[in-house]
Design a protein around this ligand. Structure first.
Ligand code: KG4
Ligand code: ZN
Length: 342
């Protein structure tokens, strides 16, 4: 089954054709990051306008690269939640139009479920159940993936997401948006023990995260140094901050794996590209005898191939949308987008 999938939840307009949830026939991503960089973060109205401009061309390219015509795809899929509402609406309405015109079924996809599904592409043998750490610019969750479409949240951030904390701390250090990748690179040259930083925990909730205090600690260090006319080593501060975030993520994830008796650990989302997180989890999984899966670097950030992958399993489970499908800015990952409003 070949699905034409669209993604427009944030600042990437993407289209892809994916076969049977695992094989990518084409994947096109038009990033707006250069424009948002001027403002230090995503400007929602600009994002919506750029999606409107890019969505037709990106979809056409995805079909061309897959060597297919619209009539030949078996279904359409689109990210409908969560994300920037104006941005999501562009993809949802475009997909509804295509589905109606071509008389194809339409599969609504939750953005975080799609991030997890990037692993079905990279690791073709991966099947639920498994435990997944989903870390992106807007979310940090520990998820029990019981089945392809049955997911349970075990832990979540109480304030900033891991990617958001990386971006804000990086910005305070003078790095351009989104600073997560640049900080990861700078950290490779620094001493992770140079600055002792807090490792916040959430009382009574061992799987929950809290990153805003850690981010504030870095910003305070930078302000205090500036007031004294001193400058801090960016590589050392990056390495110390990255270590603190990764320590918190790994500690809770490992504990959740031990408590639930998980055999396979998976990571997903933009922050799953972080080199220290990947190394540390590889080591932990090897020492505990767990299988470890992570997406190919090209599939960690937002793309439509992951949407097409998840859509296949949603379709198999019968979760289709009609022309009343709406976009939703906030939606729990355990919720089924096809059932919204019922
Ligand atoms: O999943 P994603 O592309 O978009 C959302 O759904 O939010 O995640 C983007 C986030 C940004 O915060 C970005 O800085 C972060 O992922 N990121 C990284 C790395 N690469 C991307 N954070 C830390 N280390 C990286 N190597
Ligand atoms: Zn994302």
């Amino acid at each position: 089954m070949r699905i034409l999938a669209l993604e427009s939840s944030c600042d990437e307009t993407a289209a892809a054709v994916v076969e049977d949830g695992r094989t990518v026939l084409s994947s096109v991503v038009a990033s707006q990051v250069e424009e948002h960089r001027l403002y230090g973060g995503v400007v929602p109205e600009i994002a919506s306008r750029r999606h409107c401009e890019a969505v037709c061309g990106v979809t056409r390219q995805a079909l061309e690269q897959a060597n297919m015509r619209l009539e030949e795809v078996d279904a359409l899929a689109v990210t409908c939640a969560p994300g920037l509402i104006g941005a999501l609406l562009v993809g949802v309405n475009f997909a509804k139009g295509l589905a109606l015109a071509a008389r194809k079924p339409l599969v609504p996809v939750h953005h975080l479920r799609a991030h997890i599904a990037a692993n079905y592409i990279t690791s073709p043998g991966l099947k639920p159940p498994f435990l997944c750490l989903v870390v992106s610019g807007g979310h940090s969750h520990i998820i029990q993936v019981e089945d392809y479409t049955r997911l349970r949240v075990l832990g979540r951030t109480r304030d900033d997401a891991a990617g958001e904390a990386f971006d804000k701390a990086a910005r305070a250090m003078g790095m351009a948006y989104p600073g997560g990748i640049e900080m990861d690179k700078a950290a490779e040259q620094g001493d992770p023990l140079a600055f002792p930083l807090p490792h916040p925990t959430v009382d009574g909730s061992p799987y929950d995260f809290s990153f805003s205090g850690l981010k504030t600690a870095v910003i305070n260090l930078l302000h205090n140094a500036a007031q004294k006319g001193e400058s801090l080593s960016v590589p050392d501060l990056s390495a110390s901050f990255r270590k603190a975030v990764v320590d918190c993520l790994v500690k809770n994830f490992v504990r959740a794996a031990q408590d639930t008796g998980a055999e396979t650990l998976v990571i997903a989302g933009g922050v799953s590209a972080n080199s220290l997180l990947r190394r540390r989890l590889e080591e932990e999984c090897a020492s505990h005898g767990w299988r470890f899966c992570r997406p190919d670097l090209s599939l960690c950030g937002d793309n439509a191939a992951m949407v097409g992958a998840q859509a296949y399993f949603e379709y198999q489970a019968g979760f289709l949308a009609g022309m009343s499908l709406n976009a939703c800015a906030a939606m729990d990952i355990a919720q089924q987008p096809a059932l919204q409003g019922l």
